[in-house]
Design a protein around this ligand. Structure first.
Ligand SMILES: [Fe+2]
Ligand SMILES: [Fe+2]
Length: 349
């Protein structure tokens, strides 16, 4: 059995399901039993980490894990059960609009002043909170736009051409130093963070894992291509105003030029991407496949639903002066992280 010699370290388990998946990947144990999987809370640390472990095999894998585990049928069966729990909960819990137009229109309604993470960080965020935000977001931004690439073979004509054009920009337009994942790594360097892929998986909260798992879920299933397009549109359309505030936060906390540049770049780029996604990707897809409209709406709305859950988690911690991160070395037995002293800030240096 071949093992990837390099790659991120497997993270610590967060409960019985992630413990079993982790053991299976490292060749030291069996997959979780069906009733153990069925008992996992859909948004909890245990299920979200187990799902994340399964998905990461499609990106960079883990050090010491056989890359062929990616297509292990037994593991895929477990993944499907985890996905079913997650997707069922999302479909039940996400308030959805009646039409694509209504969902799109609502994206542009700004949250009440101070209610969003970018409002908080631009108004009163301190350097440690800006760093924590970068740590949480690093799980996505270090593979920015990668989950969306899976939709390309599933599109055609206008939608495909436009989606590829936006992805080309996300991947630097042919220039490696301008790949957005690289721009984010440069931001992390400014903030004295480790830019290694997967470095902060252990400390990312379940709400962060859920936002990234959503992208992988939608990207990996052709049946969810409409929702993937809706998700991508939600990200691009809300990015420009949010990025403006985050650029302010970087300036206000003297984060550094690369940190400012990442968000400045997104103010510019995503103002253009918004128009392309709206008028070419969504309209192009629905011209070809009008029956996917309700899936596009779901993708638009579920993105906001999970982003709001993450924002609530971050702001609840920060307003109390507490870290939003999980303690790095903790191997939790259940779904919740143990309480920790109020003053303790997780060491992310
Ligand atoms: Fe980007
Ligand atoms: Fe973009």
């Amino acid at each position: 059995m071949a093992h990837d010699p390099q790659g991120p370290r497997l993270p610590a388990a967060r409960g019985p399901v992630s413990a079993a998946v982790r053991a299976y990947l490292s060749g030291t144990g069996a997959l979780p039993a069906a009733d153990t999987v069925a008992a996992a809370a859909p948004y909890g640390d245990d299920l979200q980490l187990a799902l994340y472990l399964c998905y990461e095999l499609h990106y960079r894998g883990f050090a010491g894990v056989d890359p062929d585990r990616e297509w292990d049928p037994d593991l895929l069966r477990v993944r499907a059960a985890l996905e079913h729990l997650f997707l069922t909960a999302l479909r039940e819990d996400t308030p959805v609009h009646a039409s694509v137009d209504e969902a799109l229109a609502d994206l542009l309604v700004e949250p009440v002043e101070g209610a969003g993470v970018s409002h908080f960080l631009s108004g009163e965020g301190e350097r440690w909170q800006v760093r924590e935000y970068a740590v949480q977001r690093s799980l996505y931004h270090l593979k920015e736009a990668d989950p969306h690439a899976w939709v390309l073979p599933r599109l055609s004509g206008r939608a495909k051409a436009a989606m590829a054009a936006v992805e080309f920009d996300e991947w630097g337009g042919g220039r490696p130093e301008r790949v957005h994942a690289q721009l984010f790594a440069d931001l992390m360097t400014d903030l004295d963070l480790d830019t290694a892929y997967g470095r902060y998986l252990d400390v990312a909260c379940a709400e962060t894992l859920a936002t990234v798992n959503l992208m992988s879920l939608l990207g990996l299933h052709r049946s969810l291509r409409g929702a993937l397009v809706g998700h991508f549109a939600a990200v691009e359309i809300t990015s420009s105003p949010g990025s403006r505030r985050l650029a302010e936060a970087m300036r206000r906390t003297d984060a550094g030029p690369a940190a400012e540049h990442f968000y400045d770049e997104h103010v510019e780029a995503d103002a253009v991407h918004e128009q392309v996604v709206r008028h070419e990707v969504i309209e192009g897809l629905l011209a070809d496949e009008p029956h996917l409209a309700s899936d596009v709406v779901f993708g638009l709305d579920v993105t906001g639903f999970l982003e709001d859950r993450l924002a609530d988690r971050l702001l609840a911690a920060w307003r109390k002066g507490e870290s939003s991160l999980r303690p790095a070395s903790q191997e939790s037995a259940g779904d919740g992280a143990a309480a920790r002293p109020e003053s303790e800030k997780v060491d992310i240096s």
